[in-house]
Design a protein around this ligand. Structure first.
Ligand SMILES: [Zn+2]
Length: 93
C-alpha cells in the first residue's frame, strides 16, 4: 500500500489536483499523484466529520490529523489511477 502524504499545497498546484469522491463516505477530496507511490490529498471539508471511517477513528481517540485518509478513499484513488482517471504526474511527459 502506497503511503499517502498529507501536504501543504500551494495555489499553483491546485490545477494539478483532481477531484475525487470517496466511494464509501462520499467525502470529496483533491488528489494529486506525484508518483506511483506518492499521493497528496487536500480535504475539502473536515474529514473527521464527513468521512465515517475517520469519524470512527476520532471517536476511538485517534487524532485525525495523523490519519491521512480512510481505507476506502485510498482504494478509490488506486482505482482512479488504474483506470486513468487520475494521472501520475511523474509519468506525464
Ligand atoms: Zn472515507
Amino acid at each position: 500500500m502506497s503511503p499517502i502524504l498529507p501536504g501543504r499545497i500551494t495555489p499553483d498546484d491546485d490545477r494539478l489536483m483532481e477531484e475525487l469522491t470517496c466511494r464509501r463516505c462520499a467525502t470529496t477530496v483533491l488528489v494529486r499523484k506525484n508518483t506511483r507511490t506518492q499521493t497528496s490529498i487536500q480535504w475539502l471539508a473536515d474529514a473527521g466529520e464527513t468521512c465515517t471511517e475517520l469519524a470512527e477513528q476520532r471517536a476511538a481517540g485517534k487524532p485525525t490529523g495523523l490519519v491521512s485518509g480512510c481505507t476506502a478513499l485510498r482504494e478509490t484513488i488506486e482505482d482512479a489511477v488504474t483506470e486513468g482517471r487520475i494521472s501520475v504526474l511523474d509519468e506525464v511527459r
